[in-house]
Design a protein around this ligand. Structure first.
Ligand SMILES: [Zn+2]
Length: 604
């Protein structure tokens, strides 16, 4: 197992051997301009190159949408992959071995990795077999069925759809390819009976391969199309490469859509047949959850691609408690959720087949934010539209108001206020009463008002404008050290209580003690740095001018920071002096104090 030092050394070497300009150039068009490199930012709709790539600092940064980071971060964003996947990509590029970080000895890790690879291979071969079967004589009935459902050949190919002709042909095929029964079984492709007979649990079904974000076939779904079976749909069981609750069907296609710069949002449907149908109608940013209760793993998969999500479930499913919980999970992961309503109790597949893509497009446009949707559900449940009689109506209103307030509790106060007006208009209950209900009682979180420094659309300079002079000075000092400016060589960074500044200062101190040069991009690999994305943005946006004036400003910053530090130390000591009762200790504090005061006058 690699300990932290080994791992950190590896990451340094990895970043060292993968120059960021080269890495990014291999994905997008990069042009030298002035002192740096520039490209059209692939993470927002960019018309003028706003992505700056810095070779000295080994980082990239977009001055419009604010994304930035080192080479690892770029690949994570561009490929929508995890940290480890990005590390593996870069390691392959540089011909490095990734040390094990997951615990256990190297041999066990290697064995696991090999096993997983075999399972991927089994699934890939099985997918080939199924697809060939569908296209063969045996697959005629299945092909007819798909044709009748309006699923064309190009979709069949795009999704690699297939057919399982019987219980044992797949077994013979895979054995022929040299796979062992145990591996085939553990890949989830075949089941084994008590007397060791392997059989295909999806026999007689139309097969839809499930492909993960990285493009590997990891499991299969099977749908019956003739005859009767208790289960209309069947999926591969959980294996070491597949877990239904952590995957989304067709996520690989949505990712492709993103890489081509076409992804504005993702549509989540329940079943893969819906996703295939929508794909055919031109909505190729559709993924299927394979169940209605969404998990946070699935939410995170989507959030790697986009923040905007449309939920499109069958009419009867959408309002159920399990569904709503799933939608809350999406929201908790920072996604903007809109809920679509299907007209006339249709499912998405019905809608596009019977009324065409335009009808679906209309439903997309009519989708409402999650809160509106929940309030609508609460309204319907209260029965306020249906009941007769004054007393019954008033009761329904009160039920609605109570449930609506529960919906509003987690929101910020601006949102709450706008919805309270809506509840008042519907029920005729007084605004003040509703507000009291909302604020009183349970723990309403206060609105987050730290948005002043939201740099998403700010140009570089503005990021620093809101700060105190002290913080601005600190940013300049740290950035100068990180960019290895001559005038900053050997400088001791003033002490600070700010956790971000301290993290950077510690990094600089560590570089010094190891006798190595700091590299800006390495900050992005520090443990815990994720909590400081705003601060990093500000650090990146520090501007340099000509060396002479920068050197002068740097010296000013340092002396200003030291003065501030001294002042606060003197203040703290004076307070300690006042509070101290013991005469001997009082005297020693006084000695310290006068030393500091002397320093202060010397500085002035
Ligand atoms: Zn951008």
């Amino acid at each position: 197992m690699a300990n932290d030092a080994v791992w950190n050394r590896f990451i340094s070497e990895l970043l060292d051997k993968n120059d960021i300009v080269d890495v990014i150039s291999s994905y997008i068009d990069v042009k030298p301009k002035g002192r740096g490199y520039w490209a059209l930012c692939p993470f927002h709709n960019d018309r003028n190159p706003s992505l700056s790539i810095n070779r000295e600092g080994q980082y990239f940064h977009c001055f419009v949408c604010g994304v930035g980071g080192n080479a690892i971060r770029f690949i994570m964003k561009y490929e929508s992959c995890s940290f480890m996947e990005a590390v593996e990509t870069l390691a392959k590029r540089a011909g490095l071995e990734v040390p094990d970080r997951s615990g256990g000895d190297d041999a066990a890790y290697e064995r696991k990795k090999k096993e997983r690879q075999i399972h991927y291979d089994v699934c890939r071969e099985a997918a080939r077999f199924y697809h060939a079967s569908l296209m063969s004589e045996k697959g005629l009935a299945a092909r007819k069925y798909l044709e009748n459902r309006g699923i064309g050949l190009s979709a069949v190919r795009r999704f690699g759809m297939g057919y399982s002709p019987d219980w044992d042909s797949l077994n013979f095929y895979l054995k022929d390819k040299g796979f062992k029964t145990e591996d085939i079984h553990r890949a989830g492709v075949l089941n084994v009976t008590k007397n060791d007979r392997a059989y295909d649990p999806l026999s007689g079904r139309i097969i839809v391969p499930i492909v993960n974000m990285a493009g590997n076939v990891v499991a299969f779904g099977g749908r019956i199309f003739n005859g009767e079976d208790a289960a209309k749909y069947k999926n591969t069981v959980v294996t070491d490469i597949f877990d239904k609750s952590k995957n989304l069907f067709a996520i690989n296609l949505a990712k492709k859509c993103k890489q081509e710069g076409r992804l504005k949002y993702v549509i989540i449907v329940e079943g893969y047949m819906d996703a295939i149908s929508l794909y055919q109608a031109g909505f190729d940013m559709t993924v299927a959850s394979m169940g209605t209760a969404l998990t946070s793993e699935q939410a995170r998969l989507v959030s790697r691609l986009t923040k905007d999500v449309y939920i499109c479930y069958d009419g009867d499913k959408a309002g159920q408690a399990a569904t709503l919980r799933g939608l809350d999970i999406l929201k908790k992961e920072g996604l903007n959720v809109r809920v679509m309503s299907m007209p006339d109790e249709m499912d998405p597949d019905d809608l596009v087949r019977k009324r065409g893509a335009e009808a679906f497009e209309k439903a997309l446009e009519a989708a409402v934010p999650l809160t509106d949707y929940k309030l609508e559900c609460a309204w319907r449940e209260s029965g306020a539209d249906k009941v007769n009689g004054e007393e019954k109506k008033r009761e329904a209103f009160r039920t609605f108001a109570k449930n609506a307030i529960a919906v509003l509790k987690p929101l910020d106060s601006v949102e709450q206020d706008s919805y309270l007006g809506l509840i008042r208009d519907r029920t005729g209950l007084s605004y003040d009463m509703l507000k009291r209900e909302l604020v009183g009682g349970s723990s309403t979180e206060t609105a987050d008002d730290s948005g002043v420094l939201d740099g998403r659309n700010a140009v570089a300079d503005n990021l620093l404008n809101f700060l105190t002079a002290e913080d601005r000075a600190m940013y300049f000092v740290l950035a100068s050290c990180l960019m290895r400016k001559d005038y900053a060589a050997g400088c001791a960074v003033p002490q600070t209580d700010n956790p971000f500044f301290r993290m950077v200062a510690d990094y600089l101190a560590e570089c010094k003690s190891l006798g190595k040069q700091p590299v800006f991009g390495e900050l992005y690999a520090l443990e815990g740095i994720d909590a400081f994305s705003e601060e990093l943005k500000r650090l990146v946006s520090v501007q340099f001018n000509d060396a002479d004036s920068d050197a002068e400003y740097f010296a000013d910053c340092l002396s200003e920071l030291n003065k501030i530090r001294l002042r606060s130390q003197i203040k703290a000591l004076s307070e300690a002096y006042e509070a101290e009762k013991d005469q001997a200790r009082k005297t020693s504090i006084l000695v310290e104090l006068s030393a500091l005061t002397r320093q202060k006058t010397d500085n002035n």
